[in-house]
Every structure is written in structure tokens, then in C-alpha cells.
Design a protein around this ligand. Structure first.
Ligand code: ZN
Length: 273
């Protein structure tokens, strides 16, 4: 499996390129969201890119707006199950500021979406922060809440290292469906019904931190840097993805959503609306 990240001109956004399919390109956009049970997938004209959320989260975390991501496979490498290897790779290559000014998506009034016990909300704010609450019926997880501010570098320390997690019994079922081909104790926190099978954890609350990581990666499908405070309470991601897709479809058809607008970059600090 080979993955290569290339520079792209301003305004490109993040584009995945399948080198095994004549360079077929799929934009990292909510309008290409598909879903295959356990991870975020993008699909365009039947071509799939799977498990995009960790790399997209890393891009947001280090402030990358434009890149071409080449891969020769439908699934992004899981690496150690976190975003840290991607972040390190990007930092090693270096980041260049582009001349064209960045635009932000400013949320101007709150939007809340509830589906059963899942809940996602986005509120107006002057910076980008993401909060997440989980309540997992497992002795090592339970109730955990975490909030990260994305503008002060804390992503790199507090979120990027948090690994994905899974349960022995689920891993077996997924493997039978041909998914998570490479999943192992090397690339995920693996648990049985009572214990973590491959300790130590990187953080006592690594589970919710990883949920924050995934949420940032899924919200990246909006395709803009956001000025908002996002809150998520749930166990799974479909409602975030539906939200992103609805968002992108609305903005593509040109209908202005009443709760958001694009703001020019800030020469001065943004003002409350
Ligand atoms: Zn994840």
C-alpha cells in the first residue's frame, strides 16, 4: 500500500487520487460521503476511498487546506490507529503558507440535530472547538467528555496520539465481512468485555479523545475551516456524515443557509455577528 501527499494550489481543497485507477479523483467533500459500516468512506461514480477520517483530522489539526492525496488502494493505511503518524509526516515535509487568503465558514446561529440518543450541535464561536461526550457500557470506558480548541496547537498534543478502539468480538465480525483487514493490537486499542488487552493507554480518556479526532475528520468534509463550537454526544458517526452531506448539498445548489456564511480571512479579529 502506498500513500503520497502532494502540495496543491490554493482553492483545491483536499483531493484523493486513486493511482491504481488512472488517477481517478475524489474530493474530500460531504457530497461524496458514502458509508460502509465502521469508518467514513467517500464514493464518486462507484469508486471508493475508505477510512478518510484520521488523515482529514490531521490536516485540520496542522492547518492544511489544500493537498492531493495519492493512494493505490481503496483504504487509507490505519498505521497506529491515531493521527500522529500523519501529523509527523506532514510536519517533516513542511508546511507552506499560500498567498491566497483562507476563507472561513462562520456559523451564525446554532444548529442541532438529534437522532435517537445521538446528538450533534454546532454553535457560533470566534474560534474552532470540538467537544464530545461518550457513555460506553464498558468498565474501562464509561462516561468521558473532552473538549479541544483547534486554534492553539493543543490538537497535536491532546488529540493526534489518541488511537481508535475496538472489541475482540466486533473485530472478528468485521473481519468476516472483509473489513479492517489489518486490525490488530498494533493499530488499535483492543478490548474484551472487561479489559484492555494491549495496555498501556496513551491517555486515561483516550477513547473520547479518539472520538474527537474522528469528529474533526468528519467535519473536515465541509471543506472549509470553521469558526464554531461543535458538540457531539453519541457512539457512532452516521448523523455527523448526514449533517455534512446535507450541508454540502445545500451550499452546492446555491441556497444560502441562514445559519452560516463564508467570511473573508481576518486581517483583524472576527467580530460577533
Ligand atoms: Zn477513528
Amino acid at each position: 500500500m502506498a500513500l503520497r501527499i502532494l502540495p496543491a494550489s490554493a482553492g483545491t481543497g483536499i483531493v484523493f487520487r486513486r493511482t491504481d485507477l488512472d488517477g481517478f479523483e475524489i474530493e474530500a467533500s460531504g457530497r461524496n460521503v458514502a458509508r460502509v459500516s465502521y469508518a467514513t468512506s467517500l464514493m464518486k461514480k462507484g469508486v471508493l476511498i475508505s477510512t478518510t477520517e484520521h488523515l482529514l483530522s490531521a490536516f485540520i489539526g496542522v492547518g492544511i487546506d489544500n493537498a492531493i492525496v495519492e493512494l493505490d488502494n481503496l483504504e487509507l493505511p490505519i498505521l497506529d490507529g491515531s493521527a500522529r503518524p500523519f501529523v509527523e509526516m506532514i510536519q517533516k515535509a513542511g508546511i507552506r503558507r499560500q498567498r491566497k487568503a483562507r476563507t472561513y465558514l462562520r456559523i451564525v446561529r446554532e444548529v442541532e440535530l438529534r437522532e435517537g440518543d445521538k446528538f450533534i450541535a454546532v454553535y457560533p464561536a470566534e474560534a474552532y472547538s470540538v467537544s464530545y461526550a461518550i457513555n460506553f457500557p464498558h468498565p474501562k470506558i464509561g462516561r468521558q467528555t473532552f473538549c479541544v480548541q483547534l486554534t492553539n496547537g493543543s490538537y497535536l498534543r491532546e488529540i493526534a496520539p489518541a488511537r481508535t478502539f475496538g472489541f475482540m468480538h466486533e473485530a472478528e465480525a468485521l473481519r468476516q465481512q472483509g473489513l479492517i483487514r489489518g486490525a490488530s493490537t498494533e493499530n488499535a486499542i483492543v478490548m474484551d468485555r472487561d479489559e484492555v488487552l494491549n495496555p498501556p493507554l496513551r491517555f486515561a480518556d483516550e477513547f473520547v479523545r479518539h472520538k474527537v479526532l474522528d469528529l474533526i475528520g468528519d467535519l473536515a468534509l465541509i471543506g472549509k475551516q470553521i469558526l464554531a463550537r461543535s458538540w457531539r454526544i453519541a457512539l457512532a458517526t452516521p448523523c455527523t456524515l448526514r449533517w455534512c452531506r446535507a450541508f454540502c448539498e445545500t451550499s452546492r445548489t446555491g441556497k444560502r443557509l441562514r445559519w452560516m456564511r463564508l467570511t473573508p480571512p481576518r486581517p483583524s479579529p472576527p467580530r460577533p455577528v
